[in-house]
Design a protein around this ligand. Structure first.
Ligand code: PMP
Length: 351
């Protein structure tokens, strides 16, 4: 039978997230999740949550969470935007700011959701090759463009650039919006938030998924000038007024309230990262210098794909990307010390 409607359906290759196997016995190092639980206040907020309150729509403006984030960043509430995970914030930012005929620019090796949003939203783009050392060349971004997006630290390399680097990019791109995706910034990189006051074309996007161990709750936010945040709010309110549900707002606010727990958790992950990087190097891996909660590694004599598959057989899940330039690398999330010891033992036996 002829079905002409089939020609009218949108065809698009979606972003593919890391596998989420449900088996309790696995060591899951493939999605950059935090191995520790969220702050104790999060559990209290969940227990105290009144189910009857779900009758009402949530606060579309998320005032309590915005206030907590704004105070922490030394900004005003009107400089904070909230979303259903930072993917939601980023997708809305692409819609709000990347509206020119000129291509937006981002590195050839980076978060693989960026090309998907460009295709979905029909945003023209050009990828800029990283150097041979996987570093971003700031001068490569000194050309006419419709916007710039860079993750810092970059993913999946884990390499971070200093604040002076971000400021350099901003100084050379005053006529477009520059988005810095700081999904992994809390694990030892420098945040661009202090530049928000001086650059009204800067949007800094962060998430509670990694450093706050709340990937399952979907909480992300952005800091920027009132002009950028106002534009994002208008785009969000033209699409879905309630991207943040009431429970996520309560949980996010409880998480941001506990600075000490947040810092202690990030410190533990960073300590485990340092000792794992050393142990992997001792096994012959080259390990890129990471300021994220993962390590990007390659072995001179063993194929990354074969290691990935052998680990998977043993219920140890890491991430392998079959993409140009990085198809002999593995991205390994930093878990607990015990999880990393089990990974290292498996690798030792394999190699
Ligand atoms: N940016 C980068 C660079 C990421 O790796 C991720 C996680 N996949 C995100 C943004 C989105 O994270 P979330 O939607 O959980 O906040």
């Amino acid at each position: 039978m002829d079905k002409p409607f089939l020609d009218k359906l949108r065809s698009i290759a979606p972003y593919v997230p890391g596998e989420q196997p449900q088996d309790a016995d696995i060591i899951k190092l493939n999605a950059n999740e935090n191995p520790y639980p969220p702050a104790p206040g999060v559990e209290q907020a969940l227990r105290a949550f009144d189910a009857a309150a779900l009758r009402l729509y949530p606060d579309a403006n998320g005032r309590a969470l915005k206030n907590a984030l704004a105070r922490r960043a030394g900004l005003r509430e009107t400089q904070v935007f909230l979303g259903n995970g930072s993917d939601d914030v980023l997708a809305l930012a692409f819609q709000a700011f990347f509206c020119s005929d000129k291509p937006i620019l981002y590195p050839d090796i980076t978060y693989s959701f960026y090309p998907v949003w460009c295709e979905l939203l029909r945003v023209p783009y050009e990828t800029v090759p990283l150097g041979a050392d996987f570093r971003i060349g700031p001068r490569d971004y000194d050309r006419p463009n419709g916007g710039v997006i860079l993750p810092n630290p970059n993913a999946p390399t884990g390499i971070a650039e200093p604040l002076s680097f971000i400021e350099d990019i901003l100084q050379h791109n005053p006529d477009c919006v520059v988005i810095i995706d700081e999904a992994y910034v809390d694990f030892g990189a420098e945040s661009a938030v202090p530049l928000v006051a001086a650059y009204d074309n800067l949007l800094v996007v962060q998430t509670a998924s990694k450093s706050r161990a709340l990937a399952g709750m979907r909480i992300g936010w952005a800091y920027g000038s009132e002009t950028l945040i106002g534009t994002l709010e208008a785009v969000k309110n033209s699409y879905n007024s309630y991207t943040m549900d009431a429970l996520a707002l309560a949980v996010g606010t409880a998480s941001v309230a506990d600075e000490a727990y947040f810092r202690a958790t990030c410190d533990k992950v960073m300590a485990t990262r340092a000792r794992t990087a050393e142990a992997l190097a001792a096994l012959g891996f080259s390990v890129l210098p990471s300021r994220a909660n993962f390590l990007f590694v390659t072995h001179p004599r063993r194929q990354a794909k074969a290691i990935f598959e052998a680990l998977r057989q043993q219920n140890i899940f890491v991430r392998y990307f079959s993409l140009p330039r990085i198809d002999n690398y593995l991205r390994i999330t930093v878990g607990t010390d015990e999880q990393m010891d089990r990974l290292l033992a498996a690798l030792r036996a394999l190699l």
